[in-house]
Design a protein around this ligand. Structure first.
Ligand code: AHM
Ligand code: MG
Length: 334
């Protein structure tokens, strides 16, 4: 038999949980419920190009139902899939100003969920890859509704994180602290199947990903680092290739597989850059470290940043270990 074993996401989660004596299975259910939400989001995202036929967001579709913007749809789908499960005590989403309570009628559980429902959603109309990012923590309050303290935990306390990239195929990549695993959606059976087991990011890549249109606002260290990557040097395989999709999940996913560095630095306009700590930087930093890479904000590990606000932003330098370390040196030297 030439074929390797077929493993669904659900089977994989159970196997990983078995390695942890005393696991109740509650946590597996959180991930299983999330995968349902992702499939529903995928169904809508894959129809996005049909808006002219089915009705654009904000209008009515052929059946007279109002059509929601996809990021709003994704946000509501995750909430509605997760609110009644009994496993969560509070949620937070990039789409909401404040934390999201579990409705009164549902039981409260011991986990906390943060998510960016549809990152890069500005790319949808051009049929460019977009993604959903999530992050799970254990609650620190003892009972009842979760609080802002449950949400504002540093990234090193995450117990799981992952993303879905809606690309040429739809892939889910996640970690529960036992390495990083990737699953590809087989739409014909509606299952995520293990396709990338124990992903390790190359120690060094040949790709850099940054919005170079911001060059004039960058600090000297960033300017010098990017110039360095563009210079020719046979010994260090330079110049690097520049690849920037403008969808964080897709840019990160490519660099995770091929190696390289993604940067969204702070600059003269915004010292903290653009990306959000709780919904974007922490989950991707967790995955990157689990895959053997590094993620820093220029001064310290992203996962060690103590959050103070729900929507706080931090600079992000993330990717292959040696690339991030060299970048850090340039940033220090200025
Ligand atoms: P969003 O949360 O509004 O979608 O913005 C986040 C996106 C990331 O996916 C992407 O990496 C970044 O914004 C691109 O920003 P820019 O257009 O400034 O390069
Ligand atoms: Mg986002």
């Amino acid at each position: 038999m030439g074929q390797s074993k077929i493993v669904t996401l659900e089977r994989h989660i159970i196997e990983i949980e078995r390695r942890h004596p005393g696991a109740t299975g509650n946590f597996s259910n959180v991930l299983r419920d999330l995968s349902l939400a992702f499939k529903i989001i995928w169904r809508e995202v894959s129809k996005a190009g049909l808006v002219n036929i089915l009705g654009a967001a904000g209008t009515q579709n052929v059946s007279g139902d109002s059509v929601k913007k996809l990021d709003v749809f994704a946000d509501e789908t995750i909430f509605k899939t997760m609110d009644h499960s009994g496993h969560l005590c509070v949620m937070a989403s990039e789409e909401h100003e404040s934390i999201i309570a579990i409705p009164d009628q549902y039981p409260k559980g011991k986990y906390v969920l943060l998510y960016d429902p549809l990152d890069g959603s500005g790319n949808i109309d051009a049929n460019v890859s977009i993604g959903t990012i999530f992050s799970v923590y254990r609650r620190i309050s003892h009972q009842g509704n979760g609080t802002i303290e449950d949400i504002l935990q540093p990234g090193y306390k995450q117990i799981a994180a992952g993303y879905v990239v809606f690309g040429s195929s739809t892939m889910l990549v996640y970690s529960t602290g036992d390495g990083v695993h990737g699953f590809t959606l087989d739409p014909s059976i509606g299952e995520f199947l293990l396709s990338h087991e124990d992903i390790k990011i190359p120690k060094r890549g040949k790709i850099y990903s940054v919005n170079e249109g911001n060059y004039k606002w960058w600090d000297n260290g960033v300017k010098r680092y990017i110039k360095h990557l563009q210079e020719e040097d046979a010994a260090t395989s330079r110049p690097y290739a520049s690849r920037y999709i403008g969808s964080l999940v897709a840019d990160f996913h490519r660099n995770l597989l091929y190696g390289g560095i993604y940067l969204y630095p702070g600059d003269a306009r915004n010292r903290n850059g653009k990306l959000r700590l709780m919904y974007e930087n922490n989950p991707l930093a967790y995955l990157c470290e689990q895959a053997g890479g590094r993620a820093i904000n220029g001064e310290k590990r992203i996962l060690d940043v103590i959050p103070t606000e729900l929507h706080q932003r931090t600079p992000l330098f993330i990717g292959s270990e040696e690339d991030v370390t060299l970048c850090e040196k340039f940033l220090r030297e200025g």
